[in-house]
Design a binder for this molecule. Structure first.
Ligand code: TXE
Length: 483
């Protein structure tokens, strides 16, 4: 098998197998072939992961932060050196084109490792004077953290969760999505090569039940999930039982608003990036594209031309711009939404078909004449399906953009700077873009409001997600007791 790893899990500094676990076949989405056969974590594997993480974390937390940072920095350098090999694996795992994975996956993981490596030594507490007495605060790690990943960005998610957790003195047990289990193993292997002590970054494989076991273990202090809202509800509730900290990066149905004064080619480029990158399997995608009516016809004409020029094909061919969806199940789901769009009266501008080739492909799809009540305007599709909606004025479009239970992202294209800021200020979304879309540098906080999530990843905001504050009152005088 072309991508068989040394073993299914990576625990306590080495690969670990337990063939008693249920089989997990890894399928290359571009062909449908089985490229690796793994096993779900058994109780013994889960126990080994938890106990080694708890043991290793205590020493790691006592290490000087600058030394922790040095390890992460070395891991980032190894990732960059091995970018091509890691990108090819990411493509095998997800089906995303190499053209994307070479620049967006291992490299963004390395960005996160570098960012948090640098930040580790900058974390300080504060001193609060109280006359003679004073209080000082200490930022402490939480302990053992669990990361649960989705299948769209397996390397990036492992790093976005692992890097801050480790930088601030925690251990992490990461459970990749059962659909894309391969890449996180490489991250674990590289961290060890970079000098990370054994047990601090363990990878265990499995479906939801394995995640469920981790989330409810008494040794676990925090859970960070990237996934669907339905799973987020379950994981949040399970974590609440033990009063655990959570970060929830969930789905979205984000609006992208194009005013009639926008640079039309930029706006179309933004809309395409926000719907077709990674075959549309990006949580922050701007899948409701609101276009102001005077611009609508020109927008659709050019969008159709540019969409039909997208090179779809073998993801290992670097000239290819769009690969398959990541799984057969996702393909079925996306095709179901395309049918719903047609049945409910949306106008198919282009795409909506399955190309004549093996693998889980669907052509990039644009629907026009979409109305707010249609299924394709309300539900997260997670595929290359753009819904274009017409609007007349600013107040109307803000109300319609916000009329969703989700609140992950939003975008505005306009040349009117005042309007851009005025509109963004009123949009209910955690991550917004003006005259740009879907760029998520590690320097910027990332996360949602409403059903799209809780907490923020990346940036300085991640400190809140992976540390807690201890406050220490220091009495400098005699104790004033009334007894
Ligand atoms: O996600 P799930 P799935 C959306 C997208 C997609 C749909 C379903 O629309 O079509 O969700 O995808 C683990 N306790 N997004 O089924 O179920 C699971 O094993 C603990 C959007 O793959 O949310 C996997 O590792 N863990 C999203 C992870 O949760 C549990 C990205 C996500 O799985 C669990 C992914 C449980 N009870 C899908 N049940 C985004 N926001 O980007 C499942 N898991």
């Amino acid at each position: 098998m072309r991508a068989q790893p040394t073993a299914s899990h990576f625990v306590d500094g080495r690969y670990l197998e337990d063939a008693a676990g249920e089989t997990l076949d890894v399928i290359y989405p571009a062909t449908g072939e089985v490229i690796a056969r793994l096993h779900e974590a058994t109780d013994a594997v889960i126990e080994a992961a938890l106990s080694s993480a708890a043991r290793a974390q205590a020493d790691w937390a006592r290490m000087k932060p600058v030394e922790r940072g040095r390890v992460l920095m070395r891991a980032a350098a190894i990732i960059r050196d091995r970018n091509r090999e890691l990108s090819e694996l990411e493509t095998l795992d997800t089906g995303k084109p190499l053209q994307e994975t070479l620049v967006a996956d291992a490299t963004s993981g390395a960005d996160a490792l570098e960012y948090f490596a640098g930040m580790a030594a900058t974390v300080t507490g504060e001193t609060i004077p109280l006359g003679q007495d004073f209080v000082y605060t200490i930022r402490e790690p939480l302990g053992v953290c669990v990361g649960i990943g989705a299948w769209n960005y397996p390397t990036q998610i492992a790093c976005w969760k692992g890097a801050p957790a480790l930088a601030f003195g925690n251990a992490m047990i990461f459970k990749p999505s059962e659909t894309t289990p391969l890449c996180a193993l490489k991250v674990a292997e590289i961290l060890i090569e970079a000098g990370l002590p054994a047990g601090l970054f363990n990878v265990v494989q499995g479906r939801g039940a394995v995640g469920g076991r981790l989330v409810t273990d008494a040794r676990v202090a925090k859970v960070s999930l990237t996934g669907s809202v339905a799973t987020g509800r379950k994981v949040y509730a399970a974590a609440a039982e033990g009063m655990r900290h959570v970060t929830m990066e969930l789905g979205g149905k984000s609006p992208l608003i194009v005013f009639d004064d926008a640079d039309i080619e930029d706006a179309i480029g933004g809309a395409m990036l926000g719907n077709f990158y990674s075959s549309g399997q990006v949580c922050s995608n701007g899948t409701r594209v609101f276009v102001q009516r005077p611009l609508l016809d020109r927008f659709l004409t050019r969008l159709k031309v540019r969409t039909e020029a997208i090179a779809l094909g073998d993801p290992m061919d670097e000239a290819v711009q769009m690969g398959p969806l990541t799984s057969a199940a996702q393909l079925d789901k996306v095709m179901g939404y395309i049918e719903a769009g047609k049945a409910e009266g949306a106008r198919l501008v282009t795409g909506g078909t399955r190309p004549d080739r093996p693998g889980f492909y669907v052509t990039p799809t644009v629907f026009a004449d979409v109305t707010d009540d249609m299924t394709i305007a309300r539900e997260e599709i997670f595929g290359p399906v753009m819904a274009v909606l017409a609007f007349d004025d600013e107040e109307e479009v803000i109300a319609r953009a916000n009329a969703t239970e989700y609140g992950l992202s939003a975008g505005v294209f306009t040349r009117d700077l005042t309007r851009a800021h005025r509109v963004v200020a009123q949009l209910q979304a955690g991550s917004c873009w003006i005259n740009s879309y879907n760029l998520a540098p590690v320097e910027a906080p990332f996360g949602g409001v409403k059903l799209s999530g809780v907490g923020r990843e990346n940036s300085r905001a991640a400190l809140e997600s992976y540390t807690q504050v201890k406050s220490v009152y220091v009495g400098m005088g005699p104790v004033d007791a009334p007894y």
